[in-house]
Design a protein around this ligand. Sequence first.
Ligand code: AHG
Ligand code: MN
Ligand code: MN
Ligand code: MN
Length: 337
Amino acid sequence: SQEELPSTDIITLTRHVLADQFELGASATGDLTLLLTAIQTTSKFIATNVRKARLINLVGLAGETNVQGEEQKKLDVLSNDIMINSLRASGKTAVLVSEENEDAIIIESKYKGKYCVVFDPLDGSSNIDAGVNIGTIFGIYQIAPDSKGTIQDVLRPGSEMVAAGYTMYGSSANLVLTTGRGVNGYTLDAALGEFILTHPDIRIPPRGKIYSFNEGNSMYFHPPVISYLNSIKYPSNGKSPYSARYIGSMVADVHRTLLYGGIFGYPDDKKSKSGKLRLLYEAFPMAFLTEQAGGLATTGTKRILDIVPTNIHQRCSVFLGSKDDVLDLQKFYQEDA
Ligand code: AHG
Ligand code: MN
Ligand code: MN
Ligand code: MN
């Protein structure tokens, strides 16, 4: 029998996105590919800093507070600077929105392109110092044809995003991307410095057996959330209860949910009236990925991607994951109405 030789035909992220463009034909300009190249570079740069953080004094606080009132970590600030520099220099962006900047950044004409990038440069800040998985989340809009690039170009429903994704910095760096034609996952080959296609066409199982909520907030949860959680922890008709998994980095919790199925939730509650997660650069990109993988993403009563933002930092209630699990959750909201 013949031994299998190592592949000489690896599919890098850039090659994969280009292949998509060849299929689209003349309508594709290659601009999105170049923008995604810039984003890949930021992920590689952030990944190396995450790896070295403990060694080069990159753990701990930066000393400033962001617009959400959170204390910024050194890695929040560094990752944000890396992204802003690279996205501006790509020449493909017009408007940038970051968790760490109060105002949208309007790119000067010299560098102006036609895309807007909304991003969470470092997601899971509370996990940095413990070496637990963290990530970067991004969503991409195209500016309106007659626009020079203003805040209006990002105050649009998530359903209008042209691409979204995240990179998870874990045992390896994994970039998961959608351009509206399904979801693909790539793993950074550190020796090559390339993201290689390792998870083609990710499909979230229609039902899972894991729930992922910060149940420490239970005393504030609204009745439908409490009833739903009870239904999966104390199931009737002899079914097994769900397992709990909660990392506290949205990127890591969503990554597991996409691969294993189940439900991730960060609901609004009696204390956090709009929930915690930010609509533009946390909820929208993750909702887009989830739907593209065959799952659902809802506030409990409304499809997340249909929300029209009025503020770049607004928050929203989030439940996402396997279709059947999210439908079950929604039933409790319908009964409550
Ligand atoms: P960030 O680190 O970008 O501020 O995001 C934190 C978010 C998200 O990663 C996670 O799902 C959630 O906060 C965890 O919140 P709790 O610590 O309240 O569970
Ligand atoms: Mn934060
Ligand atoms: Mn975050
Ligand atoms: Mn963050």
